[in-house]
Design a protein around this ligand. Structure first.
Ligand code: NAP
Length: 310
């Protein structure tokens, strides 16, 4: 794989994704200089303490000045605001990309703000955890994870190749996709599961005849796996829901229909239908393991530690 190198990379937003990028950029020597910018003084100070970059500023426009790669890693609802802030200081020929979980909305927000002499290539690494902030990041986050680029028509192919190489050096596998298709795919593989998790955890915590302590005590019987998703960052997920509304509503409506059918099977004791569905879904997990996107270990691949009762 040919090595790619940038003089200066500006990271706008230094949470889980931005700080993971900072760490891998440093480790792989992908840039001579990393400039970090974020919204709050406290996050910037923490990034400095962690030594994530070479220079630090609260001034987003200042951060973008002179950078040949600018990576915007902020909640998708803030993409337009950031694009407006950096537009005037971007170097001609710079690559501007993002990592947002929705693509059509990010493009609609950013593209009109950015000058025609930069290469805007929207992107989305399908890698994450339920943690956020600069402490949460780690250099190996992107290894063997897909990164989807949704380049716009007419984008310079050389710029796409450079960004592709960048993500490959970070450990990612690359795909390109139409942004609308990306949003539909992500609605089913990511956004719907998170909404279901938020909903089920909300339902359990509202149940009056089951106490909270019972929910927590017996959580390992299934509930616990939903709580990991439901612990994801509220700002990020609020923005995902607001910015991928149509695709999410479509998937939610399909899900509700299927749930009603499952409910009918349970009500009428249709064991064959239940068995068929559960057999089909087990095969899906097998497929994910075979594709290298999950390890074949019990309990979603986490270390099994016997946690002593408190
Ligand atoms: P995060 O850990 O919460 O970090 C967000 C960062 O954005 C923080 O540094 C925050 O700054 C900064 N920020 C927020 N609004 C800003 C603004 N208006 N101007 C400048 N900086 C701003 O979030 P994350 O998990 O890294 O997510 C970042 C993006 O990656 C989101 O678009 C998300 O959809 C996408 N993504 C997330 C995951 C995941 O699993 N988490 C996976 C793939 C993609 P302050 O702390 O200073 O306020």
């Amino acid at each position: 794989m040919s090595k790619v190198h940038f003089d200066t990379i500006a990271l706008i937003g230094i949470g889980l994704i931005g700080s993971s990028l900072a760490r891998v950029i440093k480790r792989e020597g992908l840039a001579d200089k990393i400039v970090i910018s974020t919204r709050s003084e406290s996050t910037l100070a923490r990034a400095r303490e962690l030594g994530l970059g070479d220079s630090y500023t609260l001034d987003t426009a200042e951060a973008a000045k002179g950078a040949d790669l600018v990576i915007v890693s902020v909640p998708v609802g803030s993409s337009g605001e950031v694009a407006r802030q950096i537009a005037g200081s971007l170097k001609p020929g710079a690559i501007v990309t993002d990592v947002g979980s929705t693509k059509s909305s990010v493009i609609a927000q950013m593209q009109p703000e950015l000058p025609a002499n930069v290469h805007f290539i929207p992107g989305h690494p399908l890698a994450g955890t339920e943690y956020s902030g600069p402490d949460a990041g780690f250099a190996d986050l992107f290894i063997n994870r897909w990164c989807i680029l949704t380049p716009l028509q007419g984008t310079d192919p050389d710029a796409i190749v450079r960004l592709t190489r960048f993500w490959e050096v970070c450990g990612s596998r690359l795909d390109t996709m139409d942004p609308v298709h990306h949003d539909r795919v992500l609605a089913i593989v990511s956004h719907l599961p998170h909404l279901i998790a938020y909903n089920i955890v909300g339902t359990a915590s509202d149940l009056e005849e089951v106490t909270n302590s019972e929910v927590i005590k017996y959580s390992a019987s299934g509930f616990r796996d939903f709580t990991r998703l439901a612990a994801s960052d509220p700002t990020m997920w609020r923005d995902v829901c607001l910015h991928n509304k149509d695709a999410i509503l479509e998937m939610l409506s399909r899900f509700s229909e299927d749930l009603a059918s499952l409910q009918r099977s349970v009500r009428w004791g249709d064991g064959d239908a239940l068995f068929d569905l559960f057999t089909r879904t087990r095969a899906v997990r097998r497929g994910i393991i075979d594709a290298g996107q999950e390890v074949d270990a019990p309990d979603f691949g986490r270390q099994k530690a016997a946690v002593p009762p408190k």
